[in-house]
Design a protein around this ligand. Structure first.
Ligand code: PEP
Length: 251
């Protein structure tokens, strides 16, 4: 199974910056073609820039693009929302759901995340389901309890029938803070997540579990060398082609 290196561009950049970033990533990959032999690359730009990224990626089937969120509703009077059908039509292969920023700023619950993941699977797209504990929860020794509960609540029930889902373990205290889980702690949680998945999927060894939380070129190699870490979900360091690609190289 190839590692998946996914960039979450969040709400950053205008059109020309998005075009420049994807062009720099493509150029960097031309110079280091062997990266794509071992690693799958995914970028998740802001919704408005998905068309530009799609355009730039024509002819690069090994590079994927996706969205950072979606509505669980099919269509209709949901002002401001984007449906799975629309993302599918825009060529997205992956959609991040349940990112801690969505959970925190938009009060998304595990049930909301499960409904979104279910809608994504129904269109044969891949949900990247995010889970992770806060610092308070970790310090209280409840990290696994919290992540286990989020998994049980956020995984859609029909998951068994589908080939591909991705889980992203993102400790909230490590996102955008410069703090990273130690490779040992991250591996420990990933092994726990894989164990939890056994109750839901036919072969938990085939589910990619990404680590996210201040992953950068300096710590990527150690994290990505862990047995149960199948890639990274990268925020800040995905906004520069150079750092994003050096993480991909480390993978
Ligand atoms: C993220 O938000 O998915 C993330 C991991 O951000 P950062 O890499 O900036 O911590």
């Amino acid at each position: 199974m190839k590692k998946l290196i996914a960039g979450n561009w969040k709400m950053n950049g205008n059109k020309s910056q998005a075009r420049a970033l994807i062009a720099d990533i493509i150029n960097g990959l031309h110079e280091n073609q062997s990266i794509l032999d071992k690693v799958e690359i995914l970028v998740c730009p802001p919704m408005l820039h998905i068309g530009d990224v799609r355009h730039a990626l024509f002819g690069f089937p090994d590079m994927h693009f996706g969205a950072q969120d979606v509505s669980a509703q099919e269509s209709g009077a949901y002002t401001g929302d984007i449906s799975v059908e629309m993302l599918n039509d825009a060529g997205c292969g992956y959609v991040i759901v349940g990112h801690s920023e969505r959970r925190q700023y938009h009060d998304e619950t595990d049930a909301d995340v499960a409904a979104k993941a279910s809608a994504i699977l129904a269109k044969d797209m891949v949900p990247i389901i995010c889970v992770g504990e806060t610092l308070e929860e970790r310090e209280a020794g409840k990290a696994k309890e919290v992540v286990g509960e989020q998994m049980r609540g956020s995984l859609p029930s029909e998951i068994k029938d589908f080939q591909e889902i991705v889980i992203a373990y993102e400790p909230v205290w490590a996102i955008g803070t410069g703090k990273t889980a130690s490779a040992q702690d991250a591996e420990d949680m990933h092994a726990f997540i894989r164990g939890t998945l056994k109750a839901y999927v036919q072969d938990a060894s085939k589910v990619r579990i990404l680590y996210g939380g201040s992953m950068k070129p300096e710590n990527a190699e150690e994290l990505l060398a862990c047995k149960n870490i199948d890639g990274g979900l990268i925020g800040g360091a995905s906004l520069k082609a150079e750092s994003f690609l050096s993480i991909a190289k480390a993978a």
